[in-house]
Ligand binder design. Structure first.
Ligand code: SR1
Ligand code: MG
Length: 395
């Protein structure tokens, strides 16, 4: 049954802010300008700015999937999960998050810093912009989350308590279905360009299905850390010198590799877009992001390792093996995320805004990259980059 609570409307936002003691002093509501800017698949997002330029953002979870409409009811409790992620991640990675102002749980409304002086990273990459250092920032953010919410950084009982509180079956089911199953099994809600029918069908071999099965199993069983859970480039805001990860409603205790994989998958998509648009210089820069992200992750993680809580068995040898496995798994998860952006339910404007023919060329290049990432099992960020470059160059 769809849950019932009052949804915000732009004209009611000023009164709503006045009613919240934690928000009322942050903006002058008598001069408030409110715009609903939600462009994601799930929520309402209101940017609220007063005449002096002070602002804040309100995000309200709808009781259904916005992408599809009220015919797909969906738990608004994802806002509780997102509030928890900001709170926990904010303890050790605050510089990579929006400042979190508070949460109205009965109405599932999160209040946070206005980042309209930033851009959504996806849009910036799509437009061919460079934001140097953003990939490294995200690598460091993932490393801090990986260390400080896992058995490496906190005591075992605390991990279990956090993990139990973070169980999120409905949100995880979306990823399990849309990312880790349907691109490889086929599904009624899958869609793709007519020109890509053969490429889409080529994902449905027994071998690729089994690879998707391996990854789905890892996603559903490897409760390593309180990961962001949906860290694609639409969940990151960038400005020169500042990178913020938001929209962490898919957070749960899952594999760290998944958070590294989603930006990588978007780099693959951006490379394909750059190639068909002839943006060689931007593409050459995007290629560097695979290693930039991984190297920053690894360096940050290694810098935290001396603080490991249980060094009796989590020794240096174990660290090397964990890092190697995480890098390998990131490559494979990146493939599943890239596949779903071409043939699954939720596509991305990076490719959808291209004309028919270049869109088909780019889509085919992504699918070929996906297959090689899953079948060749690359070990490193450099190998992922090389495979993506080869497939995109093939056109
Ligand atoms: C039905 S929700 C589709 C996608 O939107 C979210 O942003 C997640 O990426 C999810 O997979
Ligand atoms: Mg989102």
């Amino acid at each position: 049954m769809t849950e019932s609570y009052e949804l915000l409307e732009p004209e009611k936002v000023a009164a709503y802010i006045d009613s919240r003691a934690d928000l009322a002093a942050r903006v002058d509501t008598s001069t408030l300008d409110v715009t609903e800017v939600g462009d994601g698949n799930l929520n309402l997002v209101f940017v609220c700015k007063d005449a002096s330029g002070r602002g804040l953002v309100l995000k309200q979870a709808l009781p259904y999937v916005r992408l599809v409409g009220p015919s797909w009811p969906f738990t608004p409790k994802r806002a509780v999960a997102e509030a928890r992620a900001y709170e926990v991640h904010g303890r050790f990675a605050a510089e990579y998050l929006p400042e979190f102002y508070g949460f109205d749980e009965p109405r599932y409304i999160l209040a946070m810093e206005d980042l309209t002086d930033h851009r959504v990273w996806r849009g910036a990459l799509t437009d061919g912009e460079r934001h140097d250092g953003a990939a490294a920032d995200i690598g460091r953010y993932v490393a801090r989350v990986a260390f400080h919410t896992s058995l490496f950084g906190i005591e075992a009982k605390a991990v279990k308590e956090l993990a139990a509180a973070a169980i999120s079956p409905e949100l995880c089911e979306i990823t399990e279905d849309l990312v880790l199953t349907e691109p490889f099994s086929g599904a009624e809600r899958n869609w793709f360009q007519d020109e890509l029918a053969a490429a889409a069908a080529s994902l449905q071999t027994d071998e690729l299905k089994a690879r998707a099965g391996e990854l789905k199993w890892a996603f559903m069983t490897r409760a390593e850390a309180l990961i962001h859970g949906d860290l694609h480039t639409g969940s990151v805001m960038v400005r020169d010198g500042s990178t913020r990860a938001f929209d962490s409603e898919f957070t749960f205790y899952g594999p760290v590799a998944f958070d590294l994989a989603l930006p990588w998958s978007n780099f693959i998509v951006t490379l394909a877009r750059d190639a068909v648009l002839g943006r060689a210089e931007h593409g050459a820069w995007v290629e560097t992001l695979f290693e930039e992200l991984w190297d920053a992750f690894e360096a940050e993680f290694r810098s935290l390792w001396p603080g490991v809580v249980d060094p009796r068995v989590f020794n240096e040898l174990y660290l090397e093996r964990w890092l190697a496995q995480t890098q390998r798994d990131a490559a494979a998860f990146a493939a599943t995320e890239a596949a779903r952006r071409i043939v699954g339910l939720a596509h991305v404007p990076d490719l959808e805004t291209l004309d028919v023919e270049p869109r088909a060329v780019a889509g085919r290049a992504v699918i070929e990259t996906v297959k090689r990432l899953l079948l060749d099992r690359p070990d490193t960020a450099g190998e992922v980059r090389a495979i993506a470059r080869e497939e995109v160059a093939r056109g």
